[in-house]
Design a protein around this ligand. Structure first.
Ligand code: DC
Length: 227
């Protein structure tokens, strides 16, 4: 079991997990695990390898063997390299998110990613962002957050995020995608999206990023994770 502290931040698409996790990791000076990026990489690697969409074993093999490197890009922007190719922009598309949500229910893929994810737990500490960080991957985490927001607000946040990146998306299509993804993520048999029994649930509807970060920092300070 890891000895350095771990904070898990789980929640549905568009709940702000990524933004909040980055802010907390920066504040604490800890490592960050964006577990959704790993599922997105598996889907992308599968498409590149020409795997059939229902090839569970093939995708699990890629999950175990793909060479995924997470690092800071030239201007400190987050960079993701898959088998030597820069896929930073490619894995952020809504299509990659949908692909990830399709490979994510497969037990063999989740098993193959388990140790990869646990290897991110290193001193001085880890902030892990995903769907099952507090329930399955790091059940002994020091602080578990379940971040949520109304579906309408999550769709709008996602819309703004994708527009800012120059994607041509419609709010209506995005709302449909988010509802589909929520359903798939929370009803799958293995590691469904749900709060851990000991998670702190934060509903961020109508709250600013600063307010949510402040709440998480307060919860962590109460557990002596930082000053
Ligand atoms: O957080 P995200 O949107 O990048 O995640 C993409 C998909 O990956 C999500 O719809 C479900 C899956 N996922 C998962 O099953 N378990 C995780 N810990 C993280 C993501």
């Amino acid at each position: 079991m890891p000895t350095s502290p771990i904070v898990t931040i789980d929640g549905p698409s568009g709940s702000g997990k990524g933004t909040i996790s980055r802010a907390i990791a920066r504040h604490a000076g800890w490592h960050l695990l964006d577990s959704g990026a790993l599922y997105r990489l598996v889907a992308l690697a599968g498409a590149r390898a020409g795997l059939a969409p229902d090839d569970e074993a093939g995708h699990a093999r890629l999950a175990a063997t793909m060479d995924a490197v997470f690092g800071a890009g030239p201007d400190s922007a987050e960079q993701v390299i898959l088998d030597g190719l820069d896929v930073t922009a490619g894995i952020r598309s809504e299509q990659a998110g949908q692909g990830a949500s399709r490979v994510a229910p497969w037990p063999a893929v989740r098993r193959a990613l388990l140790e990869r994810q646990r290897a991110f737990a290193r001193p001085p500490g880890l902030v892990a962002d995903g769907r099952d960080m507090g329930t399955v991957v790091f059940p002994h985490a020091d602080l578990k957050i379940f971040l949520t927001a109304s579906p309408a607000e999550r769709a709008l946040r996602r819309y703004k995020q994708l527009k800012d990146k120059g994607s041509d998306v419609s709010l209506a299509a995005l709302s449909r995608d988010i509802a589909e993804r929520d359903l798939r993520d929370s009803t799958r048999a293995v590691a469904p999206l749900k709060p851990a029994s000991d998670a702190e649930v934060i509903d961020s509807t109508g709250l600013s990023i600063e307010a949510v970060v402040g709440r998480v920092l307060e919860l962590g300070a109460r557990r002596s994770l930082w000053a």
